[in-house]
Write a protein that binds this ligand. Structure first.
Ligand SMILES: C[S@@+](CC[C@H](N)C(=O)[O-])C[C@H]1O[C@@H](n2cnc3c(N)ncnc32)[C@H](O)[C@@H]1O
Length: 248
């Protein structure tokens, strides 16, 4: 029996991959990776390793969660090092927890290697610190993907609006009109600063900076698309000062 490593690939910049994760990619026998893992990270994989794209296979959009788990169990039965490579951090909106529980239940040895999540890295590369002593002493990470409600209680936007000074939303672009409406109904000012950061930390990174009341119109006008992180709160104003210092 081999071992499965749930490895966080980070947000895209290969320099943000952990040393432990890189070492595992270099000696893996099999790597099963997700759609958002950047080409620069995939280039680190042992050339002899079997590589399986779980984000696109057999002409289908993606493997079902059960199919991925089944594949991991099957590979761990005759390969020593099986890497399950996920964008960002495996446990942050990455289903890593679900996969790990299924593997433990199947009697497979498994370990997690955390990665830098896009919710932290994308704002950082855009010049937005999520906390700042003058502007924010609390952060909430939330999914904007409402189908999450199929599996557990829906996002309580009323609570999110008042829960912390910075709100970081993953998978929120498609539902942005709904999210904005929910947050403003909950009492968040339409003048609250908001930033959208697409492909954060990658060379193709793009940003859209605005206010809650007008951001949906800006998205429509510019054709801004996912994948992106949304940051809401006064810390977004730091972008005008710090975006000049972006990593190169
Ligand atoms: C299924 S979640 C996976 C999150 C991932 N586990 C993480 O920790 O970053 C996918 C969402 O993460 C965000 N995301 C992932 N990589 C990103 C990047 N490089 N730039 C901006 N957003 C990103 C987007 O909101 C995207 O829709």
């Amino acid at each position: 029996m081999g071992k499965v490593y749930l490895v966080g690939a980070g947000p895209g910049d290969p320099g943000l991959m952990t040393l432990k994760g890189k070492g595992l990619l270099e000696c893996a026998d099999v790597v099963i990776y997700d759609a958002l893992v950047s080409p620069a990270i995939l280039a680190m994989i042992n050339p002899q390793a079997e590589q399986i794209n779980a984000g696109k296979r057999m002409g289908r959009h993606s493997l079902l969660q059960e199919e991925t788990t089944h594949l991991l169990i099957e590979k761990a039965q005759d390969r020593a090092i099986v890497v399950r490579l996920k964008g960002g951090d495996p446990f942050i909106f990455g289903r890593g927890g679900e996969e790990m529980v299924d593997l433990v239940k199947a009697g497979i040895s498994v370990e997690v290697v955390p990665g830098i999540t896009s919710g932290i890295a994308a704002p950082a590369y855009a010049g937005i610190p999520l906390t700042h002593r003058l502007h924010s002493s609390s952060v909430t990470f939330v999914t904007g993907h409402e189908s999450a409600g199929k599996y557990r209680p829906q996002v309580n936007w009323q609570a999110i609006a008042h829960g912390s000074e910075t709100i970081v939303i993953y998978m929120g672009i498609h539902n942005l009109p709904y999210i904005v409406e929910q947050l403003s109904t909950a009492g968040l000012s339409l003048e609250t600063p908001i930033a959208l950061v697409r492909w954060g930390t990658r060379p193709e990174q793009e940003e859209l900076i605005g206010e809650l009341g007008t951001i949906v119109e800006q998205v429509e006008k510019t054709g801004f698309e996912a994948p992106a992180i949304a940051v809401i709160g006064q810390v977004v104003n730091m972008h005008s000062i710090l975006s000049e210092c972006r990593p190169v």
